[in-house]
Design a protein around this ligand. Structure first.
Ligand code: FAD
Length: 454
């Protein structure tokens, strides 16, 4: 018998419940990836992610070939492609990971419809994309998801994460299944120059080196912008080249305060996914409608996007995003707070820009973190405003992060780099760096008035 494995956000052979279930059920499998037109139409195949995806698919194909199989790639709609492949091979089932977005839910629905009456069944598997399946822990009192992280985390810890699965030793694929060529990283234009490499091997290497070293200092170092001491596993988690469940187990085995703090961040990922699973509209609509009258000054938005706001830490973060397709979490929080609270621009403008560049750009994590910062989401302190100077002195006390990304300011010593406007006379005139795009005190009053806090 034959089973189709539709790979989506689980581009790995290790700890993949979808793959294992199909192999258990059938003698031969068709490992299928569909380059879905819908993803392209939604503008979700931004160059950085497309290039990373190309690496992931190449690695998946290599891993499958090593085990006697290969990856089949098709273009078009996921449902039509799955049905066609099932018909061509006489498959009895199509296996796929459960997703949390509206797009994933529709994809599932369409596949089910496409397979109706063919005798081929759709099997959807939980806890593949996240460590714990959304809906596995629900609050008492009739609500379908947790809106506050702390009680969620308590239940998440108590529930425990499923056991991990090894990679299969052999994979048999029916002969003669046609495949489109794999996407080629080298043909993708407009990549960020410092973009990371994708693929399961790359992800597993990163996990091992992370667990055996830097994770020990994660609790104390994760907010140190210049130290750059976070795992950088986010794109691998997004594409599923690294399994969240396996990562939880391996981090716990290592233990220590670093391991605990790291597992907590993985639970944040699950938290946002369980919110989105229950509230798919929160991808673009306010989770908690606030009726904000957002401002929209094109010059200010441009300054923010280009890293030219005149606030060094905001600019450093935005330039890191452009250069690497990735940004430190502390930078993301500040850049998002600056856009939505200081400039008072709609969070959707920022979320879209991030999705255009982030290699880990993810509907659940990006949209719900943006909402969290903007005060329309699950933050229990929706009116806090981050001050770029204070944040700079705290999380980049020597100014090295700014120095790395804003070379115009490299000559400024220590924390003075966070307030270049304080320079006098010719020193100021000699700087090729803009004046602040807005006065922080005025912006804060504007925000407080707008939110009725004055
Ligand atoms: P580490 O600190 O090593 O954390 C390990 C993992 O935990 C991360 O890879 C991630 O999967 C998860 N994690 C950590 N922090 C968070 C968080 N706040 N929410 C959810 N998961 C978290 N993360 C994305 O993966 N994709 C996004 O599109 C994304 N957009 C964001 C937008 C904004 C405005 C903000 C404030 C945060 C966003 N994040 C996003 C969350 C977080 O910034 C990144 O996951 C993290 O910076 C990735 O770096 P890392 O892998 O080194 O993280």
């Amino acid at each position: 018998s034959v089973a189709v494995v539709l790979f989506t956000s689980d581009l790995r052979l290790h700890d993949n419940p979808v793959l294992r279930a199909a192999l258990k059920e059938a003698d031969e499998i068709v490992p299928l990836f569909v380059r879905d037109d819908a993803v392209h139409r939604a503008g979700f195949d931004a160059p950085n992610r497309l290039a990373f995806l190309a690496d992931c698919l190449a690695a998946l194909d290599a891993g499958l070939r090593h085990r006697g199989g290969l990856l089949i790639v098709r273009r078009g709609g996921a449902a039509a492609a799955a049905r066609r492949v099932a018909e061509e091979t006489g498959a009895a089932s199509v296996h796929v990971a459960a997703g949390v977005s509206r797009y994933a839910a529709r994809r599932e629905e369409r596949i089910r419809e496409a397979l109706a009456g063919t005798g081929c069944e759709l099997r959807v598997h939980d806890a593949v994309v996240t460590a714990l399946a959304p809906g596995r822990v629900v609050p008492t009192g009739g609500k379908d998801h947790f809106a506050v992280f702390t009680p969620y985390f308590r239940r998440w810890e108590a529930e425990g994460v499923r056991g991990t699965l090894t990679a299969p030793r052999t994979v048999r694929v029916p002969d003669g299944v046609a495949s489109d060529p794999l996407p080629d990283r080298d043909t993708v234009k407009n990549l960020s120059p410092g973009l990371a490499r994708g693929g399961e091997d790359e992800g597993r290497k990163l996990v091992t080196s992370w667990l055996n070293g830097p994770m020990a200092d994660y609790e104390t170092g994760h907010d140190d912008l210049a130290g750059d001491a976070t795992s950088r596993l986010s794109p691998h988690l997004h594409f599923g080249t690294v399994s969240a469940a396996e990562l939880v187990h391996r981090a716990r085995e290592k233990g220590g305060p670093g391991g605990e703090a790291f597992v907590r961040q993985l639970a944040w990922r699950d938290f946002h996914h369980q919110v989105l699973a229950d509230r798919p509209d929160a991808s673009w609509s306010d989770y908690r409608p606030r009726h904000d009258r957002w401002r929209s000054d094109a010059d200010e938005i441009d300054a923010w996007k280009s890293g030219l706001t005149g606030y060094p830490l905001v600019d450093a973060a935005m330039r890191q995003l452009a250069h690497e397709g990735w940004m430190h979490n502390r930078g993301r929080m500040l850049a998002a707070s600056f856009l939505t609270k200081t400039l008072y621009v709609d969070w959707r403008v920022g979320a879209r820009h991030f999705l255009d560049l982030l290699v880990d750009g993810d509907v659940a994590n990006n949209q719900l973190n943006w909402q969290w910062v903007a005060g329309t989401g699950t933050d229990t302190r929706p009116n806090r405003v981050l001050n770029p100077v204070i944040q700079g002195k705290r999380f980049d006390p020597r100014g090295d992060y700014v120095r790395r990304w804003v070379p115009e300011l490299a000559e400024l010593e220590g924390a003075a780099i966070h307030e270049p406007w304080k320079l006098q006379g010719l020193d100021r005139a000699g700087l090729d760096y803009p004046d602040p795009v807005v006065d922080l005190a005025e912006a804060r009053s504007r925000f407080e008035r707008a939110r009725g806090l004055d």
